[in-house]
Every structure is written in structure tokens, then in C-alpha cells.
Design a protein around this ligand. Structure first.
Ligand code: ADP
Length: 498
């Protein structure tokens, strides 16, 4: 695809270069114009003061000549003026002396020979330029500096009144600005070329510099593009961890780390979930195959098979429900339905439900839930959390054991304590029991009817945390286990339909 102007501007390199060159152009133009104006002004001021000095000198000579000249008529002035002009002859200056009526008495052209005609055209210009203009200056008796345009070049004109023989006269000194204009023209051209060449050099240099500086970013982008789900363990190279690009690469690598871990968790979750689902599904298929293949079975055999099918299906449903709860919790889609509830009633209710299970195992279940514990929470979830903990306590306690559940109000909120006289959890596994699909006693959990999928505690922990509380294993040893739930008071705002 051909790069269009718009596409090109999409590149940071080009944008940087354009901005850089534009700023540089503005700076160069401002500096050049300012310098040029200062030079022009200074040179004009010098010309003006030179003209004034020249006029002074001219008049001194003229007065001296006048003093020497006999008589006091017009011819004396004319000869004095001419003499002064001869003495002050120059290629770039000319003099005009006007009488009180504005009439020209003498001009430099009268005294400058054609061979001495100046290169910059003073004589030509004075000879043919607008003498009426000088006459007008004489008429207005104006004095001072002025710039006028001659035929070939511009002039700086200085006029000064003087008295001779008690009559007012006007002296006009012209200075050709030809040389000065040429110098200014040279300065203008020099600046123009300087700006042009400077911009080209700076633009090219800036572009290559930007390209060089951004090359690691481009390389990083290409490297990052190659990283996908399959090679998520790959990382961007960090050349210098302290510079901005190094920090960017490190931040990106940290992000990849988190993604990698999240992917890993997800992968493990899916693998564990499929593994957990495979066992009951295999049992279901096996039992169904047996029932189908054996003709003429007794009704009780069929009933037994149906019982197993029912049990395994319930197990499957429980696993799927737990998985569904956890995935919704992970994605933040599980919205709580908070309401004001009496926690002690929920605890008593759960104990009541678990009593049948306890009785089956001849386990003594005692409940201490007499104190009023008004809490704001999701009743169904809190119930599920307590049942999971009670269920575990009964499940893992041997026949004839004891399970206690107590609910009480404390200053910080409410506490639920569940203790049992079961075999306990090995100390090295304490930190892992809240992990998903983790089972401390794999053999017993998998094979027996009691075996769960290892999701009960993960869900209980999530429920406690969703209520801004905690679930902890307080103690677990050969004498039994003690789990505690800490929930905050009713003032807590929960994420949900509140
Ligand atoms: P499960 O569905 O296997 O019960 P949980 O997440 O509820 O999964 O429990 C995780 C593991 O922690 C269990 O497999 C069990 O080994 C251990 N465990 C949980 N509660 C108790 C308890 N009260 N006594 C002994 N072990 C327990």
C-alpha cells in the first residue's frame, strides 16, 4: 500500500520531525528577522549621524570659504558652495545648496566630473532625479532626514538650514543607499539559505534521530505481536530497565506475567474441571451399560442401578453448579442480593439440615446460636457457605465424633466457629485447602461417597470475601479442625442490588 500523507502523519517519527522542524523554523525566522531589522536600523542610524557630521563639515568649509570670498552676493555663496563640494567630493554623497526661495544654487553634479561618476549612481541619480523634490524641501524649510527613491537607487537625504550673509539657505546632503541595500540584500539571502539548509539538515537529522530512538518501540511492537496464547511465556527484551523504554518493556512484561498466570489458572481450572466431571460420567455410563446389557435383571438390581445413576447425576449437578458459581464470581457477574437477615437463624437452619447427615454417622452436632446477629447479606450464599463448612466437618469426622457450630456477635461484627473432632489436615497442606479442586486426602475423597470435587472451601472463601469478611482455618490437628468466619456488621455496603 502506498503511504499517503495522512498515513505518514500517523507515524510518530514523522510527526516528531514535522513538529521539531516547524518549531525550529519559527525560531530561525524570528531570530533572522529580528537580527535583520536590528542591522538595518543600526546601519540607518549610522548613515544619519555620518550625514549630520558631513553636513557640519561641509558648512564649516563653506563658511570659511565665504569669509575668504570678497563681497557678499550670490556669486560668493555659489563659489563657496562649489569649493566646499570639491573638498567634500565623494562617490556616494552629493550636496545641493538651495537659496531662500527654494532655487538650486549649486549641486555636486556641477563639480563631479563624469569620469568620477560614482559606481553606485549618485551622480546619475542626482543629475536626473527629481530636483523639484529638493526644491519642495527648500520651500517647506524642513530639516531632518528622509529616504527618497531615485531613478536607480534609494537615497538618504539630510537637510539643514544655514545662514550666510544673514540670508537663510538650505543644505541638502544625499547619501546613496545602494551599498547599504546590497549589504542588506546579502544578509537577507544569507539568512534565507541558512534557514533553508538548517531546516533540511535539522529535519533529516531529526527524522533519523526519531527513527533511531523509536526503533526499540517498533521492535517491541513486533515482538509483542508475535506473543500469543501458545508462547505467552515469552518476554520482551529489556535493554536498560531505567530508561523510559525499559520501563515500558518491564510494564508490558509484568502484564504478560499476570496474563500468563491467569491463563495458567484458567487452563488448570478447565483441566481439573474436566477431570472431576469425567469420574461421575464414567460411572454413569458404566452403570447404564450394565443395566442395558444384562437382560432379565431383577427389579431390585435395576433400582440399585437407578440409585447409583441418581447419586452420580446429583454429584455432577453439584460440581457443575459449583463451577458455574466460581466462573461467575471470577468474571464479577455474580451479583449479591443483600437483605437484612438474622445470621443466628441461618446458622440454626443449616445445622438443622445437616443433622440427618450427622445422625447417619452417629456424630453429635451441637449448635450455639442464641445471640441476635442482624446482618446485611445474601441469605442464599451465606447459607451455602455455612452448609459447605458443616458438610465438611461432618464428612471428615469419623463415626461417633462431634461437631460444634457457634454464631456470636463481637465488636467488629459477627463470627461463626465450626469445630470438629475429625482427623485434621496435615500442617503442610493448611495453606492449600482453599485452592480450587484441592483435596487433602485424595484417596478418600475420590473413592468414597463423601468425596467432593475440592470446590466447597473455595466457594465458602469467596462468599465470605464477597461479604467483606474472612474465612480462616484456625486450627487443624489430630484433635480436629476449627474453621472460623468473620463477617463485618450490618453497616457494610455490598456489591449487588443494594
Ligand atoms: P471437598 O469437596 O473435597 O470437601 P473442600 O474444598 O470443601 O472440598 O475441601 C478441600 C479439602 O480440605 C478436602 O478435600 C479435605 O481434604 C480438607 N478438609 C476440608 N474441611 C475439612 C475438615 N473439617 N476436616 C478435615 N479435612 C477437611
Amino acid at each position: 500500500m502506498q503511504p499517503t500523507a495522512r498515513n505518514m502523519l500517523d507515524s510518530v517519527r514523522v510527526r516528531l520531525t514535522v513538529w521539531y522542524s516547524a518549531v525550529l523554523a519559527v525560531v530561525l525566522v524570528v531570530v533572522s528577522v529580528t537580527t535583520y531589522l536590528i542591522v538595518r536600523k543600526t546601519s540607518m542610524q549610522r548613515t544619519d549621524s555620518d550625514l549630520a557630521v558631513l553636513a557640519d563639515s561641509f558648512l564649516v568649509t563653506l563658511q570659511a570659504e565665504l569669509g575668504d570670498a570678497p563681497g557678499g552676493d550670490g556669486s560668493a555663496i555659489l563659489s563657496a558652495a562649489k569649493q566646499s563640494m570639491v573638498e567634500h567630493r565623494s562617490n556616494s554623497d552629493a550636496f545641493i545648496v538651495l537659496d531662500p526661495g527654494g532655487g538650486i544654487i549649486a549641486t555636486s553634479t556641477d563639480v563631479i566630473s563624469s569620469s568620477a561618476q560614482s559606481e553606485d549612481g549618485v551622480k546619475r541619480s542626482v543629475a536626473s532625479s527629481d530636483f523639484q523634490h529638493f526644491a519642495r524641501i527648500g520651500e517647506s524649510k524642513a530639516a531632518g532626514w528622509e529616504t527618497i527613491r531615485g531613478e536607480h537607487s534609494r537615497f538618504r537625504v539630510y537637510s539643514r538650514q544655514f545662514k550666510a550673509n544673514s540670508q537663510p539657505y538650505l543644505l541638502i546632503v544625499l547619501h546613496s543607499l545602494h551599498a547599504q541595500n546590497e549589504m542588506l540584500e546579502t544578509i537577507r539571502l544569507t539568512f534565507m539559505w541558512m534557514i533553508l539548509v538548517g531546516l533540511i539538515l535539522a529535519g533529516t537529522g531529526g527524522y533519523f534521530l526519531a527513527r533511531k530512538s523509536l526503533a526499540p518501540v517498533v521492535a517491541m511492537g513486533e515482538h509483542a505481536r508475535r506473543i500469543g496464547a501458545i508462547n505467552l511465556h515469552e518476554r520482551l527484551p529489556v535493554l536498560n530497565a531505567n530508561d523510559e523504554l525499559g520501563q515500558l518493556a518491564t510494564t508490558f512484561n509484568d502484564l504478560l506475567d499476570r496474563l500468563d498466570q491467569s491463563f495458567e489458572r484458567q487452563r488448570r481450572f478447565i483441566a481439573d474441571a474436566s477431570h472431576e466431571l469425567r469420574t461421575p460420567l464414567a460411572i454413569l455410563r458404566g452403570e447404564a451399560e450394565v443395566a442395558i446389557s444384562q437382560h432379565g435383571r431383577k427389579a431390585e438390581d435395576y433400582l440399585e442401578s437407578l440409585g447409583i445413576l441418581h447419586e452420580e447425576t446429583s454429584r455432577l449437578i453439584k460440581i457443575v453448579e459449583d463451577l458455574f458459581t466460581l466462573t461467575r464470581a471470577d468474571s464479577g457477574q455474580y451479583l449479591l442480593s443483600p437483605e437484612n437477615i438474622y445470621l443466628e437463624e441461618v446458622v440454626a437452619d443449616c445445622a438443622h439440615s445437616a443433622r440427618t447427615l450427622a445422625r447417619e454417622k452417629n456424630i453429635e452436632l451441637s449448635v450455639d446460636a442464641s445471640a441476635e446477629c442482624l446482618i446485611r447479606g445474601d441469605q442464599a450464599l451465606l447459607r451455602r457457605m455455612i452448609l459447605n463448612l458443616l458438610d465438611n466437618a461432618i464428612k471428615y469426622t469419623t463415626e461417633g465424633g462431634r461437631v460444634d457450630i457457634a454464631c456470636r456477635a463481637v465488636t467488629a461484627g459477627f463470627e461463626i466457629h465450626i469445630t470438629d473432632t475429625g482427623p485434621g489436615i496435615p500442617p503442610d497442606l493448611h495453606s492449600r485447602i482453599f485452592e480450587r479442586f484441592f483435596r487433602a486426602d485424595l484417596a478418600r475423597s475420590r473413592s468414597g461417597r463423601e468425596g467432593g470435587a475440592g470446590l466447597g472451601l473455595s466457594i465458602a472463601l469467596w462468599i465470605a470475601e464477597a461479604h467483606h469478611g474472612r474465612l480462616e482455618l484456625v486450627r487443624s490437628d489430630a484433635a480436629g479442625s476449627h474453621f472460623a468466619v468473620y463477617l463485618p456488621g450490618p453497616g457494610i455496603a455490598l456489591t449487588g442490588t443494594d
